[in-house]
Design a protein around this ligand. Structure first.
Ligand code: 6PG
Length: 227
């Protein structure tokens, strides 16, 4: 398990401060990546708090032609289903900015978990190390679609998930190993419902979120939980 010093806890006093904190970190990371490597690749999280961050990005002044968008996980639902993470990002952010369509890498979860994961694994296989991975934390400690009591499947960069405890049961997730292939990770954690998972994490008890342990460490941006 990751050493505690590699997990940097940052507590914010309001949801607005958390939201702006994540926004500022994305902007800093994007500016550096574009300057140093000519592109910025970011993996998006689903969830309500990330949604408010994406809304802020809509108005960012940046060279959008350098951005590459991925998703950490997706629900196996029709492409236009309101619970799709890709639709959420599209509605609040991506349709308002000029990222080339070929650089928005949605997970083709409408194909079903097995075929969709296979296709996304091929996409990821030729993608570089991510610059930034955004992740949420579920009340049960899950992150992306890595759930408790599910065997960790690192057989490909993207893998199917069956019997997820949170609906829908069929999903696709980027694998643990591929998520760890990144220069930066931010967990976005808000709400008292996450306290038990956070307590486990801080006491060194393994939860799915602790599978994410890249050499750069992880930043956990929190509001509404005691840390
Ligand atoms: C899912 C959710 C989930 C989400 C967390 C945190 O597919 O199960 O997207 O992974 O990231 O539950 O969500 P909130 O930010 O809404 O608390």
């Amino acid at each position: 398990m990751m050493q505690p010093e590699n997990t940097r806890w940052k507590h914010f006093n309001s949801i607005e401060c958390l939201r702006h904190g994540v926004f500022d970190a994305i902007v800093k990371s994007a500016n550096e990546a574009i300057k140093q490597r000519g592109q910025f690749s970011i993996v998006l999280a689903g969830g309500n708090t990330p949604r408010t961050v994406y809304r802020l990005l809509r108005d960012l002044d940046t060279d959008w032609s350098k951005w590459h968008i991925y998703h950490g996980d997706e629900r196996c639902l029709p492409i236009d289903h309101e619970d799709r993470n890709s639709l959420m990002a599209e509605q609040v952010w991506l349709r308002y900015v000029n990222i080339p369509a070929s650089q928005v890498h949605d997970i083709p979860a409408e194909l079903g978990s097995v075929a969709g994961a296979k296709a996304y694994a091929e996409t990821l296989h030729v993608a570089p190390t991510f610059d930034m991975v955004l992740l949420g934390l579920g009340e049960d400690g899950h992150t992306a679609s890595l759930f408790p009591n599910h065997e960790v499947d690192n057989s490909a960069d993207a893998v199917p998930v069956f019997n997820a405890p949170k609906p829908p049961a069929d999903r696709i997730t980027i694998s643990q190993n591929r998520l760890n292939n990144t220069r930066e990770v931010i967990f976005i954690v808000s709400g008292a419902g996450k306290q038990e998972a956070v307590d486990h994490w801080r006491s060194g008890t393994a939860i799915p979120a602790t599978l994410i342990a890249p050499s750069c460490g992880v930043d956990v941006y929190c509001f509404g939980v005691a840390v």
